[in-house]
Design a protein around this ligand. Sequence first.
Ligand SMILES: O=C1O[C@H](COP(=O)(O)O)[C@@H](O)[C@H](O)[C@H]1O
Length: 251
Amino acid sequence: MGVFLPAHKKMNLLIYKTQDELLNDIAKYIIKIAHNSIAEQGCFNFVLTGGNSPKELYHLLATKFKAEIDWSKVYFFFGDERNVLPDHDSYNGLMAKESILAPLNIPAEQIFYVDTTLAPEKAAIEYKKAITKHFKGADLSFDLILLGMGDDAHTASLFPETDILKNKDVTVDAVYVEKLSTYRISFTAPLINKAKNVAFLVFGKNKAEAVKHVIEKQEKNTRLYPAQLIRPVDGNLTWFLDDESASLLDA
Ligand SMILES: O=C1O[C@H](COP(=O)(O)O)[C@@H](O)[C@H](O)[C@H]1O
């Protein structure tokens, strides 16, 4: 593992030789935050990422590391969701259900799925309401938001050139993603940036260009590289990368 000098005072950049090392380390990082959150406030508010990258991590948490967390005190949320019905293969909630939530027998009251049986705008409004109710009027500051990143530098469903990038509210929004000809429901960047901890989980050669643009920011252009918008206001930002996704970074 290599550790680079942080570009932002609260940013850690962790680079791993193998995917195995990376996944074990990010699992331990999650466990630590879970322990601290539960000790401080009695629960852990954990936002899951979607896509393919986190499946193995979720499986690890539900098996090898199962005994390390008091799962009865964990609340699960989704940073973004695809506008498909909950039984659809690409519903992020279904992937999470199969890889971590069902194996751990997490009760429904602890899981905040996005209701995609509603129209996207309505689903976003209802999701924000559910989050606000859970936080009982307190600041919407999650303990940990896990994020992935696409090879186009999108994160959550903050895609390049989309309207949601202009949304300055701490909220959940519906966004039409023209290149996918579909709607998504996503946390806005300001909501993500309120978190106490934000962690990117990124691996693979195909992400190397995007990683370079987002981390080194030679060109600061958040419309083209939306993951550049992620800079927690008071929280910590950690990047978990493998050698391949980090291969274009200056040493
Ligand atoms: O569309 C999405 O993609 C990103 C990255 O996904 P991956 O398959 O390349 O790991 C993900 O973070 C996001 O939640 C998801 O909806």
